[in-house]
Design a protein around this ligand. Structure first.
Ligand code: UTP
Length: 290
């Protein structure tokens, strides 16, 4: 079965961004002029997936509002002939979004289980709400690459990037069984290993395409520290030879982290037609003073 559905977990506490996340969910923080979650939803357009379930925390009406209708503003922009702005507004409304509320932030696996009623046992793309993947002109978007690999093999596939030094211990780590044409058959997964225990330099990042059976596997897990972990299911799939990993083209920004967020904003400002040149000039001037 081809991949028609996607889940974006966006119900985390966002403690690294307090105090703004006291009221504003982290995926609503803007990179330049667009909330992170809209960039993520737009990644899905590259694979024609428009059936998206966003997992939100209680009281996250602002996310629904962002993707919802905006009648008054629409009418006003049309009446004023501001068609470019109207089209920007329209772009926020083109997704078919389902919402489910994760009552208690009990982790990523809990968020995925919350979305179960919308998945009907089908395979689904999983895109973490605080990572931005950007494909430049001519590059294949990360999620498209994963969907292509899934459609070819029918096996769950995760996105991987190379990391070095201390960064190895910040991510789930992949053991390589074999590697052909840029696709790795995963042997094992270890969560945030010490440098000595790392299986390779490949880290798991926040894009996945998972087969429908992952939901049942999550339900059967025995909790560790009162929590269940997606990585435990990935490890089970890997043990059976049923988990693949793929690299990706383009740039990744961890916008759930303050420095990653600033990097994304600076780089997106530099890419912007409107303020790119101004930003570049400013950065050059600023650099002289550093
Ligand atoms: P993080 O691990 O970054 O957690 O979640 P967080 O709570 O958002 O942020 P910090 O660490 O407290 O600052 C990774 C992704 O999984 C979602 C988050 O919204 C984020 O997109 N998530 C996490 C959920 O949807 N539910 C959870 O219970 C936990």
């Amino acid at each position: 079965m081809s991949v028609r559905k996607a889940v974006i977990p966006a119900a985390g506490l966002g403690t690294r961004f307090l105090p703004i996340t006291k009221v504003v969910p982290k995926p609503m923080l803007a990179v330049l002029d667009k909330p992170t979650i809209q960039y993520i939803a737009e990644e899905l357009l590259s694979v024609g997936i428009d059936d998206v379930t966003i997992v939100v925390s209680p009281g996250s009406e602002i996310i629904k509002d962002h993707f919802g209708e905006s009648n008054e503003l629409e009418k006003r922009l049309l009446a004023d002939g501001k068609l470019e702005l109207y089209s920007i507004l329209k772009d926020t409304m083109k997704f078919k979004v389902n919402y489910c509320v994760q009552k208690v932030a009990n982790g990523l696996a809990g968020a995925i289980l919350c979305a179960e009623p919308f998945l009907n046992g089908e395979p689904f793309a999983l895109l973490l709400g605080d990572e931005l993947l950007w494909a430049n002109e001519g590059q294949t978007p990360c999620i498209k690459r994963l969907v292509d690999v899934y459609n070819k093999t029918g096996k769950s596939v995760i996105a991987a990037m190379e990391v070095f030094g201390d960064d190895v211990s910040k991510y789930g780590n992949i053991g390589v069984r074999e590697e052909t044409d840029g696709v790795i058959t995963v042997d094992r997964i270890v969560e945030k290993p010490s440098l000595n225990d790392a299986l390779s330099n490949y880290a798991i990042i926040g894009r996945y395409v998972l087969s429908g059976e992952v939901i049942d596997m999550l339900k059967k897990l025995t909790p560790r520290n009162n929590e269940i972990y997606l990585t435990d299911v990935l490890d089970q799939l890997a043990e059976r030879g049923d988990l693949l990993a793929s690299g990706f083209e383009g740039d990744r920004y961890d916008v759930g982290d303050k420095f990653g967020f600033i990097k994304a904003n600076v780089e997106f400002a530099l890419k912007s037609k409107e303020i790119g040149d101004l930003t570049a000039e400013y950065i050059k001037e600023l650099a002289k003073k550093l």
